[in-house]
Design a protein around this ligand. Structure first.
Ligand code: MCN
Length: 795
C-alpha cells in the first residue's frame, strides 16, 4: 500500500457539519408530524416491592394513546416480559441478574423504569406519568460496597451475600513471595463512582411498516447491530425485518454500548402495537438515574519487593460496586484485574474480586472500563514503594518494565474470552525517557525548591498503563466505486465523534489511489452493513480500519482486472492515481474509475443529451461476459477482519500541580503525555482523542462523583450539582509525544487510542497532589475541601 495519507494530520471532514449545527441526531430524524412521544415512570425508591400499579386515571387523559406496565408486555410478545439479555456472560458470574424492560414486582434503584406512556406529545406523556399511582412496600436499601459486603440486606433475595461473581487468578504464588520478600507494604485505596455525560442522551425513534412487515429503528447507540439483534429477538421478528439506523451520535463514552436499553425495546414495541411512529428522548436527569455509572471500587493491595523496588509478589483484592443489575457481564472488573499490571512484570501475582449488587444505578463500561481503577492501584503501589525505599518514582517503575525484546509477553492471565492475555509490542523504557524529557522530570526538584522559596507548593506525579485495544470478534467493510468514480465505504460500527469518516477515507484513498474528498464513509446502518459488532474498547481503528483496508484492496484488484482488459495491458503495469488507472510510464493510456465502474455493470444506461432520455446500451462484445470470469458484476470489494487477539497500546502521563496553601485549590501547571498506539492513521485525531480523555480524567480525579445518600437517592443528578470540568479547568496545552511501535497483529500495524487519555488520571493526580502536600492520598476523586480535611487530619 502507499502511505500517502496514513500518518497525516488530515482535517476532519465531519466538523463542517458539526460546527455549523448541521449534525443530524436521533431527535432530528425526519418523521411524520403526528409522531407519538413516550415518557417513562421511574422508581422514586431505591428498593421496594411493587404492590399495585393503577393506570386508570391516565387512560382517560386526552391525547394518551397507551400505557404499558410489565403486565402488558407479554401480550406484545412473550419475550418482552422476560429480563433483558445479559451481554458477555462469564462462568464466574454465578448470580447474574438483569432488569426487566419494565419492573415486574420489585424495583432495585431510583430511576428503574416502571411504566411507559405514549401520547400525542411529551407534555401529555409527562403529565400522564405523574398521574400513575404505584403502591410500594419499602425495603431497606443497600448503598455502597461496605453495605453490600455486610449483607444485612440482600438486593436480590436469591443472591447470597449480594455477590454476583467472585473471580480469582494466580500467577505463581504471590502470598508466599510477599512473605519472603525483604520489604512489604499494604495499601487500601478507594475510587468513587462516576459516569460519562455525553452531550446527547439516549434516544430512539421507531416506525412499523405493515405493508413491508418491517420495523425501522433510529437509535443513539454504539452498536446498531446489537440493538437490531435484541429488538428482533424480543419482538419475535427475523433479523431481516429490522433495520437499525444510527445517525450522528453526540457522544457515547461507553454508556451507549449497553444494548438494549429498555426504551430501545419499548419504543419499537409501542410503534408496532399502535401502528404509529413513536419517539423517546432521554432528559439529563434520566441520564443520571437510569443509564449507567462506573469506577466505584474498593481495593486492598499487598506487595513484596526487593531493595531496588523490584516487584516480587503482588496480591490485589478488590470489591466492585456493580449496582442493581449486571447487564454487561464482568467486563469492567475483569479488565481491572488483568490490565492492572500495566507495563510491569511482577514475578508473582494474585488477584481476586467480588462483583457486588447494590441498590444503585447499574454499572457498565465507561471510557477506560476498569483500567483507571487498575492503574490507580498499580501506580499508587509504585509510588508507595518509591517513598518507602527513598528512591526516584520513575526509577522504581523502570526496574519493573517488560523490556522491548520480551514481546510478545504473556502475563499468564486469562482474559474475559477465556484466552491468555498477551502483550504484542511496546517500548516502555523509551516511553519513560520521552515522558521525563517532556515534563522536565529531572529538573523538577529545582523548580519545586524555587517555588517553595516563593511560598508556593507544587508537586509532580507520573503514571503508566497499557490498554488492550482492537478486540474481536470481527468487523467488516464494503467499498463500492460508483459510476461517478466516487467511492462509498460502509462499515457497520457506529461513530460518536471519533472522526471515523476522516480516518477511514484516508485509508481508502491510500489503498485505492483516489482523492480523499471522493470517499464517503457510512457507519451504523444495518441496511448498508448488516454484520458488525460496534464501537467500544478502542477497536474501530484496528477492526474497521483493517477491514476497510482489506475491502479496498479487493476492490482495487477488480479495478485492475477490468482496466487491464479495457486498456489491453497487464495488471502489473497499471497504477491508480487520483482516480485514474493508467499504464505506468504512459499516462495517455488510461481509464478513470467511473468508466471502470460502468464497465463492471452488465446493465448500463446512458443519458442521451439530444432526447433527454436514459437509454440502455451495452459496451464491448455482446457474446462476452461484462466482468472477468471469476468476478461478480459491480465494482466493489467486501471483506472482514478478525484479529488473533487484542493489541496492546500503552502510555505514560505526568502532571505538575500547584495546591494553594490556604484554600487547597488544585491548579494544573503542566500535563504531559507519551502515547504509543502503533502506526498513527491521523495524529491530529489521536491527539484530539487524548485531549478529550484527559479532560474526562481531570473530571474523574478532581470533580465528578455520584453522591448517593444512605437511602439510595442520587443527590447530584443534574449539572447544577455534578461538577464537570469546563474549559477553564482543562489546561490549554497538553504536551503530547508519540512512540510508534507497530502492532504485528494487523495489516496496518495500528493499536487503539480512544480511551487512553482517561486511564491514568486518578493515579497521576493523587501522586502529584501527594508530592505537593507531603500527605498520603488513598481516596479519589479529591476536591479542595477533601484536601483541606486531609491536611487537618495530618497536622
Ligand atoms: N486512530 C488513529 N490511529 C491510531 C489509532 C486510532 O488515527 N493508531 C484514530 C481512529 O481512527 C479513530 C480515533 O483515533 O478516529 C479513535 O480510534 P480507536 O482507538 O479505534 O477508538 P474507537 O474509534 O473505537 O472509539 C471508541 C473509543 C471509546 S471505547 C470511547 S468510550 C470513546 C472514544 O473512543 N468515546 C468517545 N472516544 C470518543 N470520542 C468522542 N468524541 N465521543 C465518544 O463518545
Amino acid at each position: 500500500m502507499t502511505t500517502k495519507l496514513m500518518g497525516q494530520k488530515v482535517q476532519r471532514v465531519e466538523d463542517q457539519r458539526f460546527l455549523r449545527g448541521l449534525g443530524r441526531y436521533v431527535d432530528d430524524v425526519a418523521v411524520e408530524q403526528d409522531v407519538l412521544h413516550a415518557a417513562v415512570l421511574r422508581s422514586p425508591h431505591a428498593h421496594a416491592r411493587i404492590i399495585d400499579i393503577d393506570v386508570e386515571a391516565v387512560l382517560d387523559i386526552e391525547g394518551v394513546h397507551a400505557v404499558f406496565t410489565w403486565d402488558d408486555l407479554a401480550s406484545c410478545t412473550p419475550m418482552m416480559a422476560e429480563p433483558l439479555p445479559l451481554l458477555i456472560p462469564h462462568p464466574a458470574l454465578t448470580h447474574g441478574r438483569t432488569q426487566y424492560a419494565l419492573a415486574k414486582d420489585e424495583v432495585n434503584y431510583v430511576g428503574e423504569a416502571i411504566a411507559f406512556v405514549v401520547a400525542e406529545d411529551r407534555y401529555i406523556a409527562e403529565d400522564a406519568v405523574g398521574r400513575i399511582r404505584v403502591d410500594y412496600e419499602l425495603l431497606p436499601p443497600v448503598v455502597g460496597v461496605d453495605a453490600a459486603r455486610a449483607a444485612k440486606t440482600l438486593v436480590h433475595d436469591d443472591v447470597p451475600g449480594n455477590i454476583g461473581a467472585r473471580l480469582e487468578q494466580n500467577v505463581g504464588d504471590a502470598p508466599a513471595a510477599i512473605e519472603k520478600a525483604p520489604h512489604r507494604l499494604e495499601l487500601d485505596l478507594t475510587i468513587e463512582r462516576s459516569a460519562c455525560m455525553p452531550m446527547e442522551g439516549r434516544g430512539t425513534v421507531a416506525r412499523w411498516d405493515p405493508d413491508l412487515n418491517r420495523l425501522q429503528v433510529w437509535t443513539s447507540t454504539q452498536s446498531s447491530t446489537g440493538v437490531r439483534a435484541a429488538v428482533a429477538v424480543k419482538m419475535g421478528l427475523d433479523l431481516g425485518q429490522v433495520d437499525v439506523i444510527t445517525p450522528d451520535v453526540g457522544g457515547g463514552f461507553g454508556v451507549k454500548i449497553n444494548h438494549p436499553w429498555p426504551e430501545e425495546l419499548l419504543v419499537p414495541m409501542a410503534a408496532k402495537a399502535l401502528g404509529r411512529t413513536v419517539k423517546f428522548t432521554e432528559d439529563r436527569r434520566e441520564h443520571f438515574i437510569s443509564s449507567a455509572h462506573e469506577r466505584g471500587q474498593v481495593q486492598h493491595i499487598e506487595v513484596g519487593f526487593d531493595d531496588d523496588g523490584r516487584l516480587l509478589g503482588l496480591d490485589v483484592e478488590f470489591w466492585h460496586d456493580h449496582g442493581a443489575y449486571i447487564p454487561y457481564g464482568l467486563i469492567v472488573p475483569i479488565i481491572t484485574s488483568t490490565q492492572l499490571l500495566g507495563p510491569y512484570k511482577p514475578q508473582n501475582y494474585r488477584v481476586v474480586f467480588e462483583s457486588l449488587y447494590t441498590n444503585t444505578v447499574m454499572v457498565t463500561p465507561y471510557r477506560g472500563a476498569g483500567r483507571p481503577q487498575g492503574c490507580y492501584a498499580m501506580e499508587r503501589t509504585m509510588d508507595a514503594i518509591a517513598a518507602y525505599l527513598g528512591k526516584d518514582r520513575a526509577d522504581v517503575r523502570a526496574v519493573n518494565f517488560i523490556q522491548p525484546d520480551e514481546f510478545p509477553y504473556d502475563q499468564g492471565l486469562i482474559f474475559q474470552d477465556g484466552r491468555e492475555l498477551e502483550y504484542d509490542s511496546g517500548d516502555y523504557p523509551a516511553s519513560l525517557e520521552k515522558l521525563k524529557a517532556l515534563v522536565g522530570w529531572d529538573e523538577f526538584p529545582a523548580f519545586k525548591a524555587e517555588m517553595a522559596a516563593q511560598g508556593r507548593q507544587v508537586g509532580i506525579g507520573l503514571a503508566c498503563y497499557v490498554e488492550g485495544t482492537g478486540v474481536g470478534p470481527y468487523e467488516g467493510a464494503h467499498v463500492h466505486i460508483e459510476t461517478s468514480g466516487k467511492v462509498k465505504v460502509a462499515t457497520g460500527l457506529t461513530t460518536q465523534g471519533q472522526g471515523h469518516a476522516t480516518v477511514f477515507a484516508q485509508l481508502v484513498a491510500d489503498e485505492l489511489g483516489v482523492k480523499f474528498e471522493d470517499v464517503e464513509v457510512v457507519t451504523g446502518d444495518t441496511r448498508r452493513m448488516p454484520y458488525a459488532v460496534g464501537t467500544f474498547a478502542s477497536r474501530a481503528a484496528v477492526m474497521s480500519g483493517s477491514a476497510i483496508h482489506l475491502a479496498a484492496k479487493r476492490a482495487k484488484e477488480k479495478v485492475l482486472k477490468i482496466a487491464a482488459e479495457a486498456l489491453e495491458a497487464s495488471e502489473d503495469d497499471l497504477e491508480i492515481v487520483d482516480g485514474v488507472v493508467s499504464v505506468k510510464g504512459s499516462p495517455g493510456t488510461s481509464i478513470d474509475l467511473g468508466t471502470v465502474s460502468v464497465l463492471s455493470n452488465p446493465l448500463r444506461y446512458a443519458f442521451d443529451e439530444a432526447s433527454k432520455a436514459a437509454t440502455q446500451f451495452s459496451v464491448g462484445d455482446p457474446g462476452k461476459p461484462p466482468v472477468p470470469e471469476d468476478e461478480e458484476p459491480g465494482l466493489e470489494g467486501r471483506d472482514f477482519y478478525s484479529p488473533e487477539r487484542a493489541t496492546f497500546a500503552s502510555g505514560m502521563h505526568a502532571v505538575i500541580v500547584e495546591t494553594d496553601p490556604e484554600t487547597a485549590e488544585i491548579t494544573i501547571l503542566k500535563y504531559a503525555v507519551v502515547h504509543d498506539c502503533g502506526h498513527l492513521i491521523n495524529p491530529m485525531i489521536v491527539e484530539g482523542q487524548i485531549h478529550g480523555g484527559v479532560a474526562q480524567g481531570i473530571g474523574g480525579a478532581l470533580y465528578e462523583r455520584m453522591a448517593y445518600d444512605e437511602s439510595g437517592q442520587l443527590l447530584n443528578a443534574s449539572f447544577m450539582d455534578f461538577l464537570m470540568p469546563y474549559v477553564t479547568e482543562v489546561p490549554d496545552g497538553i504536551d503530547i509525544d508519540h512512540l510508534e511501535t507497530p502492532s504485528p497483529l494487523n495489516p496496518l500495524g495500528i493499536k487503539g487510542a480512544g480511551e487512553a487519555g482517561v486511564i491514568p488520571s486518578a493515579a497521576v493526580f493523587a501522586a502529584a497532589i501527594e508530592d505537593a502536600e507531603s500527605i498520603t492520598i488513598t481516596a479519589m476523586p479529591i476536591s479542595p475541601s477533601e484536601l483541606y480535611a486531609l491536611r487537618l487530619e495530618n497536622s
